[in-house]
Design a protein around this ligand. Structure first.
Ligand code: DAK
Length: 259
């Protein structure tokens, strides 16, 4: 993997899209490396949270690679869209929490990639947008779906129809990002949040993610059953026993074991 770098730091991992000369634009090779990175993270039981960012000072990801897309046929366009969608969905359903550290442009496929993560933190220099309609296409990596779910249909339609970019403060205002940091503090903040998550009981954290994601796909009557099942499953874990015993014994719990 040369287009996506993966670094482990204790129980967290940091993945960096690494094609800075093209502002980390997503070509087929980057999508393949992203897929490989997600597979590696999924297979590693020691990783409890993932931070995803872009190399260089200008961009998280400036979109799908326009050069590669420009000459696609209808069939090739569908196949490119599927390739991206499959990887983004795999990232979205990765069992562990994911944080996008958006360090600059997050346009088109870049905005869609950030939205496939659980949490978005951004630099004060970040710029978000779905410029596709201005290029003669629709968003193709889930933008029409995830943006509407995150910020509501009205604001999503405005961003997608106008193809106008928004700055970090507007992204915060509409709920597209959770917080803004000075660019030089962004990675430390993202890694600190990931490490905070990683200190909690990993099985419970994964169950929380599954409960939220699966519950959002069904009506409330079914959603609370999703939660009940996952809640129940935690009582088979050693970490639940240690966490609750520690509370009752008025002591700090031992580091959780992911068991
Ligand atoms: N693709 C390819 N190369 C890109 C790129 C991109 N999206 N964005 C930037 N680059 C390249 C530039 O061509 C330039 O390369 P060289 O000329 O140096 O070789 C280099 O990165 C630096 O960019 P600039 O010189 O343009 O840098 P500036 O600071 O002047 O401008 C910018 C930064 C982000 C404002 C500008 O680069 C820009 O507007 N980039 C394009 C942003 C954009 O429109 N992104 C959305 C792409 S559309 C689908 C599947 C997927 C999608 C849609 C459908 N289906 C199959 C249905 C997804 C679509 C998109 O993501």
């Amino acid at each position: 993997m040369t287009n996506v770098l993966l670094e482990k730091k204790g129980h967290i991992a940091v993945a960096t899209i690494n094609r800075p000369k093209a502002l980390n634009a997503l070509n087929s090779q980057v999508l393949e490396d992203l897929n490989e990175m997600v597979e590696q993270v999924k297979a590693d039981e020691e990783i409890y949270a993932l931070v995803l960012t872009g190399a260089g000072e200008k961009a998280f990801v400036a979109g799908a690679d326009i050069g590669e897309m420009s000459s696609l046929t209808k069939a090739e366009g569908e196949s490119f869209g599927k390739k991206g969608n499959d990887v983004f969905r795999k990232l979205e359903t990765l069992p562990i929490p994911t944080i996008a550290a958006v360090n600059g442009f997050a346009l088109g496929g870049g905005c869609e990639l950030a939205m496939s993560c659980d949490i978005r933190l951004c630099a004060d220099s970040a710029v978000f947008g779905q410029p596709e309609a201005g290029l003669g296409i629709t968003p193709g990596f889930g933008g029409t779906q995830r943006l509407a779910r995150l910020v509501g249909p009205g604001m999503a339609k405005q961003m997608i129809y106008t193809a106008k970019n928004i700055k970090a403060d507007e992204a915060l205002r509409i709920g597209l990002v959770n917080a803004i940091y000075p660019v030089e503090e962004l990675m430390a903040a993202a890694e600190k949040m990931a490490a905070t998550i990683a200190k909690n009981a990993p099985i419970a954290v994964r169950a929380c993610k599954k409960a939220i994601n699966d519950g959002l796909q069904v009506d409330m009557d079914q959603a609370i059953v999703v939660e009940e099942k996952l809640f129940g499953s935690c009582f088979e874990t050693a970490d639940q026993k240690e966490g609750m015993s520690a509370f009752l014994d008025k002591r700090k719990h031992e580091p959780y074991q992911n068991k």
